[in-house]
Design a protein around this ligand. Structure first.
Ligand code: ADP
Length: 593
């Protein structure tokens, strides 16, 4: 399915809109209501020219009485009332559908995207996803909320108007029909070009917002390197490119409009001229010609509207295609169909086993990040992982959380292979304190509650106390209600870590993964973080990427990694005595000789 090359233009353009069906299906009743309103409104519109003819031929033509005149005016007013009500009903139901379906698509796509594995986010920029969620769904909203209804209404008007034209004058209508055929070809040809250009235009907008997103997240770096002007002009170029692409699209569209209107109206004017001749010769009544003119105008309007609708529908087809691509992405990391349960939790924590694990990142098939790694950790043990940068320490954590699956070997949590557990079971059993804690734009209490949604305030505060975070939070301007996120209170590195530890404590997992911060903390923070960590390690198995002497000294075992392999294991004392890699690392890092 995804094997077709991107450059190959897809002929069945509008067919991609069929991808929207699953989103439309739940609203059958609303569709029926909208369809009814549409039918009535189109019928009323088509009745107007007929009522006019009656008025002219019977009323003004002098052939009828004043009763006739009254009746035909009354009928015209009645038709207007029906038209007004049914048009309002059509607008309401159809717009409602547009908004509803767009909201559903936004939710569906977002829910799908947040399920994706890190691999997806390595190759897809968040700005692009954002643009799809906003720009592309808005295009679909136009189609569902307006274009479908406009398309249907104008198709009805076209067919009905044509029928009534034939009813009025077969000769003139046949002539007009032949002329109109000639119009369809250029419209279709041009429609294709518009569609291709509209996809290109959407893509360039997504590119520029992805670029802006990345730069806005890195403002301090940008300014420190005085790259403001460079970045602004880079963005400017991307915007300019999207403008140029959009310009091509609107040019094609403008040309399409001109051609359509010119051909349609040209044909109509010509036929009308013939009609006028017929009236002069007395082979057609004035009322009949008026009726014919009105129907011709309806038909011409319908064709104009339909060509417009085609443009929108083609734009939306491009948008749908991109959204469907996004929805079709399957995360390579899935919960198994029949997940196993973890054995009952033991007080000491979880047991962890790695058997001959070999792994390379999907983007780097040539260089393995871990090779033949085996490790056994008993419940309750604290294992420190030490090694030079790039040794594979973080990768090990990624595999334990099952952000990636190893190509070879297996990881077992409490004797169960992690692949056989539901993803949420596995991840609920693991707490992670990362080097750099993400603080969300919320207050302190909610930021800690991120560890376990649904925890009570008292539980959150208890966790904060254990993590030595309570005191500094209390001292914030509004205590636990203080806003911490973007534009909120600035927290120091040590404070952020204690928030992260409080989250992990609140989660209370049997396995704790700690990535100690490399950045130095002042002595007081260091002491507080250390005591928080000690509290966090009680009653659980802990794996810690260690950067501090205190941590390695306290660990039950130290695992030394290099080039994705375990090169040494032992305690601090034995490893220093061995005089190997650990001894030299320790000398560098902890200043030991
Ligand atoms: P450490 O945490 O010990 O510093 P990592 O586990 O981060 O090391 O990295 C191990 C190896 O994997 C390194 O060579 C690194 O460049 C590579 N690596 C890390 N993350 C990725 C990734 N997302 N994609 C490709 N390669 C990666």
């Amino acid at each position: 399915m995804t094997t077709t090359t991107a450059a190959e233009p897809k002929k069945s353009s509008l067919k991609t809109l069929a991808g929207l069906f699953p989103f439309l299906a739940p609203y059958k009743t609303q569709f029926v209501l909208a369809g009814l309103a549409l039918l009535v409104a189109a019928g009323a519109t088509l009745a107007v020219p007929y009522a006019f003819r009656q008025m002219i031929d019977l009323g003004f033509g002098g052939a009828g009485s004043s009763v006739h005149i009254n009746n035909s005016f009354l009928a015209l007013f009645g038709v207007s009332c029906v038209l007004a009500l049914s048009s309002a009903a059509r607008f309401y139901t159809v717009s409602w559908l547009g908004e509803r379906v767009t909201a559903d698509i936004r939710n569906g796509v977002y829910a799908h995207v947040v399920e994706q594995s890190p691999q997806f986010f390595e190759t897809t920029q968040s700005g692009e996803v954002l643009s799809r969620l906003t720009t592309d769904t808005t295009l679909i909203q136009t189609v569902v909320g307006t274009s479908i209804s406009m398309g249907l209404r104008n198709t009805l008007l076209f067919i009905g108007g044509m029928g009534m034209m034939f009813f009025t004058s077969v000769k003139l209508s046949a002539l007009i029909l032949v002329l109109l055929m000639a119009v369809v070809v250029p419209i279709v040809l041009f429609g294709r070009r518009v569609r291709k250009l509209s996809r290109a235009s959407q893509d360039t907008i997504a590119d520029s917002s992805a670029m802006a997103g990345e730069i806005l997240n890195a403002m301090p770096t940008v300014q420190a390197f005085t790259h403001e002007i460079i970045e602004a002009s880079r963005f400017g170029k991307a915007v300019e490119l999207s403008f140029q692409t959009a310009k091509q699209r609107i040019q094609a569209r403008a040309l399409l409009t001109a051609i359509a209107i010119l051909l349609v109206f040209g044909a109509i004017v010509f036929v009308l001229w013939l009609g006028a001749q017929a009236v002069i010769q007395g082979t057609m009544s004035g009322g009949a010609l008026a009726q014919f003119v009105l129907y011709a105008a309806l038909v011409a309007g319908a064709i104009g509207a339909l060509s417009e609708v085609m443009g929108d529908a083609q734009r939306a087809a491009g948008a749908t295609e991109r959204l469907m691509e996004l929805l079709a992405v399957e995360s390579p990391i899935q919960s198994p169909a029949a997940p196993q349960a973890l054995p009952p939790r033991v007080a000491a924590g979880a047991a962890l086993t790695l058997r001959d694990v070999t792994f390379h990142y999907p983007s780097r098939p040539q260089s393995p990040a871990l090779t033949h790694l085996s490790l056994d950790i008993a419940p309750g043990q604290t294992v420190a992982i030490v090694g030079p940068s790039g040794a594979g320490k973080t990768t090990l954590f990624q595999l334990l959380l099952r952000f990636y699956d190893p190509q070879q070997g297996e990881l077992l949590l409490d004797g169960v292979e992690v692949k056989k557990l539901a993803l949420h079971t596995l991840r609920e059993a693991i707490g992670i304190v990362p080097q750099d804690t993400i603080i969300f734009s919320a207050n302190a209490i909610e930021n800690i509650r991120y560890g376990r949604a649904g925890a009570s305030d008292a539980e959150v505060i208890a966790a904060a106390k254990m993590a030595a975070a309570h005191e500094f939070i209390e001292r914030l301007p509004e205590g636990y209600q203080s806003f911490l996120g973007e534009r909120g209170v600035r927290l120091s590195g040590g404070q952020r870590q204690r928030i992260a530890i409080a989250r992990a404590l609140l989660k209370n997992p049997p396995l704790l993964l700690l990535d100690e911060a490399t950045s130095a903390l002042d002595a007081e923070s260091e002491r507080l973080v250390q005591s928080a960590l000690e509290a966090a390690m009680v009653g659980r198995t802990t794996l810690v990427i260690a950067h501090r002497l205190a941590t390695v000294q306290r660990a039950d075992r130290i695992v030394v990694m290099e080039h994705g392999q375990i090169v040494e294991t032992g305690t601090h004392a034995t490893l220093v005595a061995q005089g190997g890699l650990y001894a030299s690392l320790a000398a560098l890092q902890f200043g030991l000789d």
